[in-house]
Ligand binder design. Structure first.
Ligand code: UDP
Length: 322
């Protein structure tokens, strides 16, 4: 198969490109390098089945050319990271909504099987844990900028399902839950690479709030395995799947665990939300996926537990620092 990955120079996309090339597919990547990096795909440039185009999904001719050559598209290009979204809400809306609209247009023109990356953020403040794909979504008011990301991704889901219903486009939506692993950068706010970096430098780990909020972290290798299986699964279309771990940890425990695993002398510094983000920031207390649907459909469950995830990230950061 020939697969186009938008955002393929990013953290998740570059791991997906690795996996697809390894099993004999060919891959083209379209990435504007806004948050992705050439370093992530440098080794792949030599591969005969790989090509890289520097551009965004708003580059109509490039997108059209690449889609015309592809059997399938995995759409990962998006504005990501809480910090970035708070700083650039207009750009976030344009990138996420107009980008996905353009992508779906190209996929429809060439009948490409399409995987759309969505996010656990769409569940918002729902308290119906664990979050199930058919559950209600509870977003905060629009004057709280953090909800921009969830709202744009939700609109992407509506656009994608409409394209599927109206033109029979073979399509799958993936709601990703706190994906972590090597190559992830802490520059855009993600907690795990930030903590690992702070621990390795002997700096205090900055826990926002009191650290009692929880998350479930899923290793990128598990996530990529789910994506590859969804590409292979062509019988069910127009479906939404949660992809994530259901092993819940508080952010305070996470910080303690990282200090221990990295053998670090760092302390923990608690930072009020108003100092960490903008005043009035609403953090999510808990976030846990129900993954029974994807397990039933393609037999996917995550295999990496937190100790192995942390060891992988610590090893990667140590190596990158040398
Ligand atoms: N967080 C933290 N310190 C940091 C970055 C994030 O305590 O340096 C917290 C953040 O407030 C949230 C959790 O860690 O409760 C996960 O944040 P992240 O941005 O990684 O992902 P989110 O789940 O919020 O999308």
């Amino acid at each position: 198969m020939h697969i186009l990955i938008t955002g393929g120079a990013g953290f998740i996309g570059s791991h997906l490109a690795d996996a697809l090339l390894r099993r004999g597919d060919s891959v083209s990547v379209l990435d504007n390098l806004s948050t992705g990096s050439v370093d992530n795909i440098r080794r792949l440039q030599e591969h005969p089945g790989f090509s890289f185009t520097h551009g965004g999904v708003d580059d109509g001719p490039a997108l059209d050319r690449l889609a015309s050559q592809a059997d399938a598209i995995v759409h990962l290009a998006a504005a990501v990271g809480v910090q970035l979204i708070l700083e650039q809400p207009t750009k976030t809306i344009e990138t996420n909504v107009l980008g996905t609209h353009a992508l779906l247009g190209a996929a429809r023109r060439y009948g490409c099987q399409t995987l759309i990356a969505s996010t656990s953020e769409v569940y918002g403040k729902s308290e119906a844990l664990p979050f199930s794909e058919d559950g209600d979504l509870v977003l905060g008011p629009p004057d709280r900028t953090r909800w921009v990301y969830a709202a744009t991704k939700l609109l992407d889901e509506f656009l994608a399902l409409a394209a599927h219903k109206e033109s029979g486009l073979p399509l799958t939506i993936m709601r990703l839950f706190n994906v972590v692993g090597p190559r992830q950068t802490g520059r855009f706010g993600m907690v795990l690479p930030r903590f690992v970096n702070q621990a390795l430098r002997g700096q205090p780990l900055t826990v926002y709030g009191d650290g009692s909020q929880t998350r479930c972290f899923c290793h990128v290798s598990d996530v990529v395995r789910a994506m590859v299986a969804l590409l292979d699964q062509t019988t069910k279309s127009g479906q939404i799947y949660n992809i994530g771990s259901n092993h819940e940890v508080t952010i305070r425990e996470l910080a303690e665990f990282i200090i221990d695993r990295a053998d670090s002398t760092s302390s923990i510094r608690y930072l009020p939300y108003d100092e960490a983000y903008l005043a009035g920031f609403e953090d999510l207390r808990r976030r846990v996926p129900d993954i029974s649907k994807i397990d039933a459909e393609i037999g996917w469950t995550p295999t990496y537990l937190l100790p192995k995830i942390l060891d992988d990230m610590i090893a990667y950061e140590r190596e990158s620092a040398t």
